[in-house]
Design a protein around this ligand. Structure first.
Ligand SMILES: NC(=O)c1ccc[n+]([C@@H]2O[C@H](COP(=O)([O-])OP(=O)(O)OC[C@H]3O[C@@H](n4cnc5c(N)ncnc54)[C@H](O)[C@@H]3O)[C@@H](O)[C@H]2O)c1
Length: 374
């Protein structure tokens, strides 16, 4: 397989990231098929035309079904709002395409189940956009954990905070409504934390959660004198029990002033601990309870070529990779899975487990009780 045809739906924040990733992946990784940027879709004709030119796509359309039905398109990237993921993903899978879909899967769990079922039936490759698990520092953390560097994992701590909705006057967007957005911070942010927890520790089995909507109405962007009801949560916290026996605590907020993309995790083991913060995404902290107690302390490991696939980007350690590079690694992960017939992580099947956790958190908060996830 020398090349592969790409169809991109959505040209906003994530649409640009996917376009950049497909544009760079061959130059960075070399041993992957060359993406052919075939077709791009945005509902606005002028935007679609302009973005196709900027991103380097051959053709543009306002009708995503036309893109999915196009025989030159082999991978469909879905970067439209959550509320349309299901119909786009199911249609793409039914047309025999591979699908790279942004997270979360959909506004409700039934939609997620339908997407996973369609993926099973299609037998093509699916990948959800959980970019943070592709960070070389996180891949190294997983290697250390699997090799027993911190012993049996006993506890997980996670915090994900941003301030994009901290201003009470920030306008109402599709993210605030159940129809297009679904869950609030749970679907936008907490799911990333859950992806890291599942990747590093294993599946979450049982949990208790609280949620809060602090800013209950927001001005409409087009008519600021009118306001819209915020239908989902600003803050969500949870206490976790993992299937493997570990415990955990996670906290998340989209209204945390000053936090731009804080994703802080700690994996506590019986013999040591690993800590990571996405705002310093090229660093991993490792503590091992070994040697002279007086000389112990956290070691700061700076990402370098020893931490694959960092070396694909840069031969020199400490020069640092960035957020968009995680999307390039994701694209390579998907292309590699297509070529070698492997299962990417997280596929729709794995993503459904992540989705089940965030919906269990919403249910627990509503009912005020512990909820079984699996
Ligand atoms: N992985 C991450 O770190 C990350 C970060 C941000 C957003 N996301 C996810 O990416 C998705 C998009 O978020 P965003 O921030 O890019 O949103 P955005 O609003 O910036 O962009 C959405 C795009 O979808 C297009 N669109 C809307 N309806 C459409 C339709 N019916 N057909 C075709 N295109 C349509 C819009 O015109 C726009 O180009 C969401 O699922 C979101 O949760 C993931």
């Amino acid at each position: 397989m020398n090349d592969v045809g790409i169809g991109l739906i959505g040209t906003g924040f994530m649409g640009r990231c996917h376009a950049l990733a497909f544009g760079a992946v061959k130059a960075v990784f070399g041993d992957v098929p060359t993406p052919r940027l075939e077709f791009l879709c945005d509902p606005n004709e002028e935007v679609a035309r302009r973005r196709a030119e900027e991103f380097g796509f051959a053709r543009a359309t306002t009708n995503w079904r036309e893109l999915i039905d196009d025989s030159a398109v082999e991978i469909v990237s879905i970067t439209a709002p959550n509320g349309v993921h299901r119909e786009m993903a199911v249609a793409a899978l039914e047309a025999g395409k591979h699908v790279w879909c942004e997270k979360p899967m959909a506004p409700n769990l039934d939609d997620g189940r339908a997407m996973a079922a369609a993926a099973r039936d299609a037998g093509t490759k699916t990948l959800l956009g959980y970019n943070y698990v592709r960070n070389p520092a996180i891949l190294h953390a997983k290697k250390l954990i699997d090799e027993g560097a911190i012993g049996r994992v006993v506890d997980f701590r996670g915090q994900i905070d941003e301030d994009y909705m901290a201003d009470a006057e920030a306008p109402w967007t599709w993210r605030c409504g159940k129809a297009k957005g679904g869950l609030g911070v749970l679907g936008d942010n907490t799911c990333h934390l859950v992806s890291l927890a599942h990747f590093l520790v294993g599946d979450i089995a049982r949990l208790s959660a609280t949620t809060e909507t602090v800013h209950r109405r927001r001005p409409r962007a087009d008519t600021p004198s009118e306001s819209g009801v915020v239908e989902n949560e600003d803050i969500a916290h949870g206490i976790l029990e993992f299937a493997g026996g570990a415990t955990g605590v996670i906290g998340s907020s989209r209204i945390a002033w000053g936090r731009k993309n804080l994703i802080r995790i700690e994996v506590h083991g019986a013999k040591g601990m690993i800590a990571f913060d996405q705002e310093r995404m090229n660093e991993l902290e490792l503590y091992t309870a070994e040697g002279d107690a007086a000389a112990r302390g956290f070691r700061r490991i700076l990402s370098g070529p020893e931490h694959p696939p960092y070396g694909r980007f840069c031969p020199a350690p400490g020069h640092q990779i960035g957020f968009n590079d995680l999307k390039v690694i994701e694209a390579a992960h998907l292309l590699d899975a297509i070529v070698t017939d492997a299962t990417p992580w997280p596929s729709f099947e794995d993503g459904l487990k992540i989705e089940a956790v965030i919906h269990a958190m919403a249910a627990s908060a509503k009912r005020g009780e512990w909820v079984q996830v699996t």
